[in-house]
Ligand binder design. Structure first.
Ligand SMILES: [Zn+2]
Length: 340
């Protein structure tokens, strides 16, 4: 018997899984109980590549209001699995790439139409990590009240969804020779942005050369792409960012782990349809059907690019000391105003 959840995206995710039993494996990482509903946080593995293969993880729905991220991933997954039924190149590709999806990290937030989870905690402020510099009041994370957005939660105990995500990353990504995450959000600014760590610090990350090489590769592969690619801290700093926390932990290993956040610029949707402001969810989600379709299509190229870039990481990662130095200098000049 199939279960039905009060969050439509969870039903779509399970339906896709049931339709592709040979190519997918579904795992429940934790179950969150909210208002009498049991809501699973589920991870899907696509294909059967060994743990020695590089890994790509796609996540969405960390903020319950930003369900467009979940929907972009489900649209990608559907298309990807359909292609996998006949495309022999893609089938071969998946023997050399571990592909994982957690499209709805915060199902209770999706159910109650809030940014935070059912306990009123913002999962992207929930990691036990304080910012080095001053952060914007409230937005940067606070411990005043669960009634205000951006509440960080208890500093001794992470929320079950955040814990489950961290455990999944440690188990499946840290052991891969190279891994990359794309976490899909919406709601900040006019442009689509790709952010990399840090949120908690203005300092450059250790893998600056690798990130810069990825940016150059995207630029060379899709010169017409529209993403603004930069460190999150250039936009604003925060406490408790889960990707900062995991990235810092990953530095204990020698293998690169690159977490990226996609911020879909929803202000452009509002500019085109000011009536969206009347609905809170409209700030974070395109309401007009034609615009929704366009947003779903818009990011497929990026997702395809990341699949190829992760699988072929050895071809573009800067390997020599000279190449790393070159990319680091460019990156410092582009993003930190201190190239030397
Ligand atoms: Zn978000």
């Amino acid at each position: 018997m199939t279960r039905t959840y009060p969050v439509p995206e969870l039903n779509t995710f399970e339906k896709i899984w049931r339709e592709h039993p040979d190519q997918t494996h579904l795992e429940t990482l934790t179950t969150v109980r909210y208002r009498g509903h049991d809501l699973p946080v589920q991870a899907m593995r696509v294909g059967n590549a060994p743990p020695s293969a590089p890994a790509l993880l796609l996540t969405g729905g960390v903020h319950g209001l930003e369900r467009i991220g979940t929907q972009v991933l489900l649209a990608f997954l559907k298309r990807f699995l359909q292609r996998l039924t006949w495309d022999q190149c893609l089938q071969a590709e998946l023997t050399q790439l571990q592909l994982f999806l957690i499209p709805a990290v915060n199902p209770s937030g999706m159910l109650r139409h809030t940014r935070s989870n059912g306990n009123g905690v913002d999962l992207m402020r929930n990691a036990p990590l304080d910012a080095e510099d001053k952060v914007p009041p409230l937005l940067g994370g606070h411990r005043f009240s669960t009634r205000l957005p951006w509440y960080r939660g208890n500093n001794r105990r992470m929320e079950p969804e955040a814990l489950a995500l961290c455990q999944f990353v440690r188990k499946n990504l840290f052991s891969a020779p190279f891994s990359l995450v794309l976490d899909c959000h919406s709601g900040f600014g006019l442009n689509d942005q790709l952010w990399f760590p840090y949120a908690y610090s203005k300092r450059p990350m250790a893998h600056l050369a690798e990130i810069h090489a990825l940016k150059e590769l995207l630029q060379a592969s899709y010169p017409q792409h529209f993403y603004v690619f930069e460190p999150q801290n250039l936009n604003y700093g925060t406490h408790g960012d889960l990707w900062d926390y995991l990235y810092l932990e990953s530095l204990e290993h020698t293998r690169p782990f690159l977490p990226l956040t996609l911020e879909m610029g929803s202000w452009a949707w509002i500019r085109k349809n000011p009536f969206q402001m009347a609905r809170l969810a409209g700030f974070f989600h395109p309401i007009m059907p034609h615009r929704l379709k366009r947003v779903l299509r818009r990011h497929l190229l990026l997702l395809d690019f990341l699949v190829a870039a992760v699988r072929s990481h050895e071809a573009w990662l800067p390997a020599s000391v000279q190449k790393r130095r070159f990319h680091e200098q460019q990156a410092l000049r582009d993003w930190y105003a201190s190239g030397s």
